[in-house]
Design a protein around this ligand. Sequence first.
Ligand code: FAD
Ligand code: MG
Length: 345
Amino acid sequence: MLRKHKTTVLSLFSALMLCSCSQTAAPLQTDNTAHTRDVFAMDTYMSMKAYGENAETALSAAEKYILRLESELSVTDEQSCIAMLNSKGSGEVTDDATEIIRKALEVGESTDGALDITLYPLLKEWGFTTEDYHIPEQSVIDSLLADSGFERVVLDGNTVTIPESFQIDLGALAKGFTSDKIMDIMQENGADSAIVSLGGNVQAMGTKPDGSPWKVSVRDPFMPDTDMCILEIQAKAVITSGNYERFFTGDDGKNYWHIIDPADGYPADNGLVSVTIIGDSGLQCDALSTALFVLGDGRAQDYWRAHRDFDMVLVTDDKRIIYTEGIADRFTNISNMEAEVLSLD
Ligand code: FAD
Ligand code: MG
């Protein structure tokens, strides 16, 4: 089911790019040829598109970096600094891992612990890492929750220390960091413009080669093979967390998904089925997409009002779309759900 969705995302991405390239605004740059590269890493189909005479060089550098990040960050790769930290309880991690962990702790703090990178043992127990899904016994959930808590992760320079029996995983925000890095690499290598989709998480450098904004679609969580809205962006990340990507149906007939509420150890079920964050930093957007999904409708809106350095599109479990005023003129609803603008008033 997971792979099917991700393939769909990839083909949607290609279709979107194809359709957006057919527009006829006056070209600003001479080389409008799209150079593409697909990579499968972090259990995600990643699709990159770059323009300009240096595009191929930039794509190769980005591919290399993606593979490097995967081997640095993967919890299941015994040689990665994260796996080593998890087995030893303390250790030096790479600069990239340090930056991600710092952001995870910061967002953990600002969201009252909704983002908690120490939930890995609980995620394993639910089977989300192994696909050996089951609903854990309450006593097991209680004991694993007692042995978690992002505030007990100590970061000192590049050295991380966690209590014995703790394990961390950066899956909630590492792909956002990856798309940030891809954008940096595209820029450093002289690509004219670029866009990447990491399993549906999109980040763009600049505008399309013709100077017009990129058009990015967001899936309908109630019909994941269909798009729900189109966003026009330039130099932004658009990152979504939803309950429809990785889930299983329990013996009780209910669906259980991969975003866990640290408050009770169960899949977060606080009124939202999808959260899309639009902002300058992929890392920040990815961290917030997961955290605000956990916080739920009301608290996500409060968080936006208090911070306002990002935009968002929320979809509630009673089929309403709520989008923030900053993207109001770049948002097109193509679903049969009602969409309302969230403003500060
Ligand atoms: P997001 O909402 O961005 O993140 C959800 C993920 O965050 C969950 O899957 C869980 O891992 C974690 N999480 C859940 N609740 C919380 C919470 N409250 N606070 C913090 N974190 C939470 N997956 C595989 O199946 N096989 C692999 O080999 C594999 N390798 C990977 C290697 C790397 C380096 C990375 C970064 C990820 C890897 N993944 C792997 C995970 C896979 O890419 C996940 O699907 C992805 O990280 C989840 O991202 P998302 O965009 O689907 O959801
Ligand atoms: Mg996320």
